[in-house]
Design a protein around this ligand. Structure first.
Ligand SMILES: Nc1ncnc2c1ncn2[C@@H]1O[C@H](COP(=O)(O)OP(=O)(O)OP(=O)(O)O)[C@@H](O)[C@H]1O
Length: 352
């Protein structure tokens, strides 16, 4: 059985300048994917191509195995059974909440329409709001109604373009989780576009990190954090420091933090220089450890402090410590490595 959506070797260009370069990924029915990347990386352009608003320079897009876009041709958006939710609340101000949700249901009888609107209001947790007007709703409520309106006609695929970006970080994550629950209940396949990794983690099953039009890695949030495919993903996802190391043998590397075991990148002989990714959770504060580092910055995070520590070499690393370990700036504290998988990349500049 084919995947619901297949994007294969897609290239998109504006004025002959490619902004999406050879991107391929696939989504199974019921799965939520995310295109994540910095501003201008091409994620909206790619989403618009999936919707049918942009023409491909080359490549192919298939829905249920049927080609809907290929070089220079696109099945029009209204023939794709694709729903969309945008960043700015696109509710019709002159229609009530019920009128907005019913907008795409004109093919149904009056009774069926009323039943579906009631069902969706329940689903988005706003059963008493049928006759409210959009301006009477909060931003989060408006976006919930926008989602209800988009999924009312049961699209095969729902596309969400930065739907929560005008909200503050906490509400954004909460709404992303809620909308995930709604989509999962209705078994709707969806693609979210965002530059916010926490929103992506809260909502998506699979995330594609894009940089300058190229897909760097398509993977679960867990793997992007713990097994980044390259330096860009390692820097973009989560926090951490990059240390320099030198390969000692097939299993060990020598670094500013001592000799550490890890999987040596392919083609790296002893003596090869590598970059090591060290996450804040890889470093444990331990008063009894001989390895010490100086506190240069600290940020209170409630249960924890995020310490920026300087090693004797001058390199800075990050460390979470329970907030009852309240150390002063300038103090040298004991640290211990607790690295499960050491992530390392071959340094690009070397020739050996
Ligand atoms: N209509 C257009 N004409 C010419 N260039 C465009 C057009 N739309 C987008 N671009 C360019 O294409 C590149 C990708 O834009 P796109 O909007 O897809 O990025 P994005 O990752 O969604 O960014 P953002 O998060 O800022 O919306 C950018 O360099 C942008 O300037």
């Amino acid at each position: 059985m084919p995947e619901l959506l297949e994007v294969e070797n897609c290239v998109l260009a504006y004025d002959d300048i490619p902004v999406v370069k050879q991107v391929s990924f696939a989504l199974e029915t019921g799965s939520i994917g995310c295109l994540l990347g910095p501003s201008g990386c091409g994620k909206t352009t790619l989403l618009r191509a999936v919707a049918g608003f942009e023409l491909l320079s080359s490549g192919e897009i298939r829905l249920r195995g049927q080609v809907v876009s290929h070089s220079g041709w696109a099945l029009p958006p209204e023939q794709r059974r694709v729903g969309m939710v945008f960043q700015d609340f696109a509710l019709f101000p002159h229609l009530t909440v019920a009128g907005n949700i019913a907008f795409g249901l004109r093919h149904l009888s009056e009774r069926e329409r009323r039943t579906r609107v009631r069902e969706l209001l329940e689903l988005v947790g706003m059963p008493g709001y049928a006759s409210a007007w959009p301006h009477q709703l909060s931003g989060g409520q408006q976006q919930r109604i926008a989602v209800a309106r988009a999924i009312a006609p049961r699209p095969e695929l729902l596309l969400l373009d930065e739907p929560f970006s005008s909200m503050d970080a906490e509400l954004r994550e909460q709404l992303a989780r809620e909308v995930r629950g709604i989509l999962k209940q209705e078994a709707i396949t969806a693609i979210l576009v965002t530059h916010d990794q926490y929103e992506a983690f809260a909502m998506a099953d699979e995330i594609g990190v894009i940089n300058q039009g190229r897909l760097m890695q398509w993977d679960s949030g867990y793997n992007l954090y713990h097994r980044p495919a390259n330096r860009f993903v390692a820097d973009f996802i989560g926090q951490g420091a990059i240390l320099t190391g030198e390969v000692l043998n097939e299993q060990h590397v020598n670094s500013e933090l001592g000799i550490i075991p890890g999987r040596i990148p392919e083609g790296c002989a002893p003596g090869c220089k590598v970059d090591l990714l060290v996450r804040p959770d890889d470093i444990q504060h331990d008063d009894d450890s001989e390895l010490r580092a100086r506190v240069v910055e600290k940020a209170f995070r409630g249960a924890e402090f995020l310490y920026t520590l300087e090693l004797h070499t001058g390199t800075r690393i990050l460390c979470f410590a329970p907030s009852h370990h309240d150390h002063a700036i300038g103090e040298a504290i004991g640290i211990r490595l607790e690295i499960d998988h050491l992530v390392m990349f071959r340094q690009e500049r070397q020739t050996t």
